[in-house]
Design a protein around this ligand. Sequence first.
Ligand SMILES: [Zn+2]
Length: 424
Amino acid sequence: MRINALPSGNGFGFEISHAPEKSLARVGTISTPHGDIATPAFIPVGTKATVKAVLPETMKDLGAQALLSNAYHLYLQPGSDVLDEAGGLARFMNWPGPTFTDSGGFQVLSLGVGFKKVLAMDAQTFRSDEVVAGNKERLAHVDDEGVTFKSHIDGSMHRFTPEISMQVQHQIGADIIFAFDECTTLHNTRRYQEKALERTRAWGIRCLDEHQKLTLERSQKPYQALYGVIQGAQYEDLRKKAATDMAALRSTDPDSPIGFDGFGLGGALDKKTLGTILTWMNEILPAEKPRHLLGIGAPEDLFVGVENGIDTFDCVLASRIARTSAVYTMVGRNNLSNAINRRAFGPIDDECDCYTCAHYTKAYLHHVFRGKEIIAATLATIHNERFIVRLVDQMRAALIAGDYFEFKAEFMGRYKHLSGQARD
Ligand SMILES: [Zn+2]
């Protein structure tokens, strides 16, 4: 059943092939100038144009369809102009497929304002706008024009505005880029959330204007799709307002106003209410445009995302925890450094089809982690990324087969919860 298709004359498009009843889930294909993405899909994170410890060829082999890098980090090092000169992000890092970049809004604020990299997934009763500053020096200041921040690398001062974020992301050249937004935490006051939401809306128009101008100026370059970002924290009215506003937002060009090509669902999300919050937004957002859930990647959260209308996810968790010897298995998380693995001569997971599980034992991985060998990070990351990529692929297959909820019940019946939301 084909229910909707966007014109793909510019190389970007989204087509839904299955939209099962009784949920917001959909199966589709995002087309980009660098290739297609079968959705729902998990997009591994290569923050600084590399998935740490793993070759791009290996990421392709383990089933990654696209990679997500970060504009903030690439702007600071090596400089987005270097990526432009290199022919764009994909060519620069030898990745043979589609790429995404995050706008940098989350990073300038999280690194600068000092809220934890792992966003709080449990809302607390207490609200304050001071809590995010903690007792450390603030490295970022937000005003209506943009954000001034201090580089976490060398302490130099920089400024991101919606226009600069668009210029940086056009130079980096990813297929899918995000509007510059103000990301808040669950601890901000309601009043601050309202203010940040209005700022993100105003910045959205400026992003559309700059994106339209740059697309025309750089018409020889492959088309880049721009996603608007929906914020609003845990407030139903704010999330719905943000979805309504961002779906309707257009550039100010009177002759050919443009809107967003898709949407990023972002910000502070409480794990317990994730599904409800996604429903608030996805019942309003236009069905024919793709939706990306920013920074979510724990298995149980991926199910919640898929059945509530998410098409793509990114999360740095799979690779970050792999480097600390934590690996996913069908029955939950295992820590390869634990003594129990010293003589465990089987694979990390009997049911996994990854390269690591085909060739290496837990005992070997235990040994290389204990010895702090570089190969440990490589082998564990390959397994974790494959585990998550495959899990979402299996959800897609189950949606097509019509047995998604049976698949979910079987998986969740065995899997012990591993919580977390993380962005780099
Ligand atoms: Zn494996």
